[in-house]
Design a protein around this ligand. Structure first.
Ligand code: SF4
Length: 363
């Protein structure tokens, strides 16, 4: 992956040109993320709003995560499921999965994201496939956010009814990546970097990319994320891309992010990506506080989770006895969240037909 580094710091004129640009690219993004853009937040918000309305109307798609297992052999320093964290390790058995999925169906969800930690004997591709099969009987869209796989393994999941793979690079800085991924298979930077292409080669309809904000300088990471997404879009043009901007949250190990990203910077990143990738879904999870999520809904952000649990299960009334991967910040229930969207003139969408991605086969 080639990364374009701006030859000189961006100026106010560069930002104004970027805001007026009809054919945005890497240099537009660099200008909009630069310190010179910090006084243009309102103009960026207005442009992001106009583009979001043009491409997505007033809709916000809703999805929900379901952790199937929390076994993990990796040492990601920022994660509550890292193998040195004192968590109760367990997994959902098929009957538990059905109970949890039925509870999520009752809340109206049609878009389910299944999660695990690293590949282990107790949570391998076969285990995940069982979860996908059960979910595909109950949900319109099933995605997975798990360990990197081979193309044939992704194809097995696609065959079982999985249509989306989310795999964040966490940071595109290889030195910091190596530092924060202390041990385990996830130390392999390149294997992870190439996993989205393998998923697309297996004809997954959507692939979610992202960086974990707080691990590294957010500006170069955002530029590399853009480059990664652009390369994949060119190569696998029939698949769709979605982007997320998770910020590090408190977790049981007490990790403190070395590059904290404040709300203004996060908003700027979202607006900048909306401007350069006007038709790409941008996601915001319950990691963020209600007030920020409310403000960003429909303003660049077009897909959101709601009522989320980061424990293994936890939706069906059974009290989970693990501490979760991280603390959620927005604990509102689904009806309350939907009411907020409607009050703001937005329409919560549970079923996304994704017509644009229906074509099969990547060239
Ligand atoms: S981020 Fe994922 S791979 Fe890393 S420790 Fe947590 S669950 Fe395991």
């Amino acid at each position: 992956m080639t990364v374009t580094t701006p030859a000189r710091p961006s100026t106010a004129e560069d930002v104004e040109r970027a805001l007026a640009c009809d054919d945005p690219g890497a240099s537009t993004l660099a200008a909009l993320l630069s310190p010179a853009a910090s006084t243009y937040l309102e103009e960026m918000a207005q442009r992001a709003l106009a583009l979001t309305r043009r491409h997505f109307g007033r809709t916000v798609s809703l999805y929900t995560p379901l952790y199937l297992a929390n076994h993990c052999s990796n040492g990601c320093e920022y994660c509550g499921f890292a193998s040195d964290r004192p968590q109760r390790r367990h997994r959902l058995e098929p009957a538990d999965m059905v109970r949890e999925m039925d509870a999520l169906n009752d809340l109206g969800f049609e878009d389910l994201l299944l999660l695990t930690g690293e590949r282990t004997q107790l949570a391998d591709v076969g285990f995940l496939r069982k979860g996908v099969l059960l979910a595909a009987e109950r949900f319109h869209h099933v995605g997975v956010e798990t360990f990197p796989m081979t193309t044939p393994e992704y194809a097995r999941l696609a065959d079982a009814g999985c249509s989306g793979v989310t795999i964040y690079q966490e940071t595109y800085d290889p030195v910091l990546y190596d530092r924060f991924h202390r041990w385990g298979p996830k130390k392999d930077y390149r294997d992870r970097l190439e996993a989205p292409a393998r998923a697309m080669a297996a004809e997954m309809r959507t692939v979610g990319l992202g960086v974990l904000l707080g691990l590294a300088d957010p500006i170069p990471d955002a530029l590399r994320l853009f480059q990664h997404a652009s390369d994949l879009r060119k190569r696998y043009w029939r698949s769709g891309i979605a982007l997320s901007f998770p910020r590090i949250r408190p977790e049981p190990g007490g990790f403190s992010p070395p590059f904290p990203v404040d709300k203004a910077m996060l908003a700027r990143i979202v607006f900048a990506f909306r401007i350069v990738l006007p038709d790409v879904p941008l996601l915001l999870s319950t990691r963020e506080l209600p007030a920020f999520r409310d403000a960003m809904a429909g303003l660049g952000i077009t897909k959101m989770s709601a009522g989320s649990r980061t424990t293994v299960g936890g939706y069906s009334g059974e009290k989970p006895d693990d501490a979760g991967q991280f603390q959620v910040s927005d604990e509102r229930g689904v009806p309350e969240f939907c009411a907020m969207l409607r009050e703001r003139g937005l329409e919560p969408i549970f079923k996304n037909w994704d017509r644009i991605f229906q074509g099969a086969g990547n060239g």
